[in-house]
Structure formats: structure tokens, C-alpha cells
Design a protein around this ligand. Structure first.
Ligand code: ROI
Length: 168
């Protein structure tokens, strides 16, 4: 939405899907993010194909990262992300680390560092996941992750592990 003023924060959201037309799932979620109230969508990365982390016997994932500017609180934004997941018929197959229709992770919320039962910021696995760090680097190459360091330095420790940019 327009009119996002100076009391707004830049937030980064990770998107992932490996069920029910993953490319379409991620595209629909990007559209839904752009429609959030009190929030403006700034840019997003390309869509990437990635090997599944966790349970290996599941389809490849499609991943992307979006940058938003928002006046929502971190928890209000998290609730919006969960709502979008539900709208897109999120199916969890009961397996931890297993396949999913749509996963939206709040990766970063400005400089906020917090740990609560509902939300940890920055996202605790962000710095070790190639399918998050490479797309993040694409849209914010100089970004600093509070408590972790610069994205471009974190990347040097991480192989691309089969990560591929998709032509969409
Ligand atoms: N693996 C990849 N490649 N991408 C994801 O988004 C992803 N999400 C997950 C698990 C199941 C841990 N593995 C993933 O939640």
C-alpha cells in the first residue's frame, strides 16, 4: 500500500514450497504480500530451485525472499504471514522437516533481535541456509544481520548446494 511513512521498518520474508505447483504457490504468496495492509512490497528475488534440507525423500523446493516496508509490529506481520499460508491451503504432512505447500518465514525485522515462543528474530537458521542467504544476497547484498554479520560474508561459508535460479 502507499503511504508507508517513516515509522516503518524493512522486513525480509523467506518463501518456500514443494507441493501443489510450487512456482505458482510462491508467485501467489508474493502477490498476497504485496496486498498486506500498512505494508509496501519493495522487491523480491528470483525464484530458486533448491534441494530439500531435512527429509531427503521429498520434491525439490522453490524458494525466494521478499523485502517489505511495514508499519505492522513483528507479531502482527507474523500473523499475516500465517494467514497467507492458511489461505493457500497449507498442508503439513505431519513430518517435521517434511514437504509443505507454502512456508513463509519472517527472516528479519529491521534491527530487531528477540526470542519469544512465537517468534525469534533474526530467524535462527537464516545464516546457514543457502536457499535463504543467496536470494537475500541477490536483493540486499550489503545487508547486515543483527548478531550474525554481513550477508556477503556469511555466504562465503556456504556452498550453493545445487541451488539454481529458475526462469519464470
Ligand atoms: N528445504 C529447502 N530446500 N527449502 C525450504 O524452504 C525448506 N523448508 C523446510 C525444510 C523442510 C526444513 N527444508 C527445506 O521447512
Amino acid at each position: 500500500m502507499g503511504g508507508v511513512s517513516s515509522d516503518s521498518t524493512q522486513a525480509y520474508v523467506g518463501l518456500g514450497s514443494n507441493l501443489q505447483e510450487p512456482v505458482r504457490q510462491v508467485q501467489r504468496a508474493l502477490e498476497a504480500l504485496a496486498r498486506l495492509s500498512d505494508t509496501r512490497s519493495l522487491r523480491h528475488s528470483a525464484l530458486y530451485r533448491s534441494r530439500p534440507l531435512g527429509v531427503a525423500a521429498q520434491p525439490d523446493f522453490v524458494n525466494a525472499v521478499a523485502a517489505l516496508e511495514t508499519r505492522l509490529s513483528p507479531l502482527a506481520l507474523l500473523r499475516c504471514l500465517q494467514h497467507i499460508e492458511q489461505q493457500q491451503g497449507r498442508v503439513r504432512h505431519g513430518v517435521r522437516w517434511g514437504p509443505r505447500t507454502l512456508d513463509l518465514d519472517l527472516l528479519l525485522f529491521g534491527e530487531v533481535q528477540m526470542q519469544s515462543p512465537d517468534l525469534t528474530l533474526p530467524h535462527p537458521d537464516l545464516h546457514r541456509r543457502p536457499f535463504v542467504l543467496y536470494p537475500l544476497y541477490e536483493i540486499a547484498p550489503r545487508l547486515l544481520i543483527p548478531g550474525r554479520g554481513a550477508v556477503y560474508e556469511l555466504l562465503t561459508a556456504l556452498s550453493r548446494d545445487g541451488l539454481e535460479v529458475l526462469n519464470t
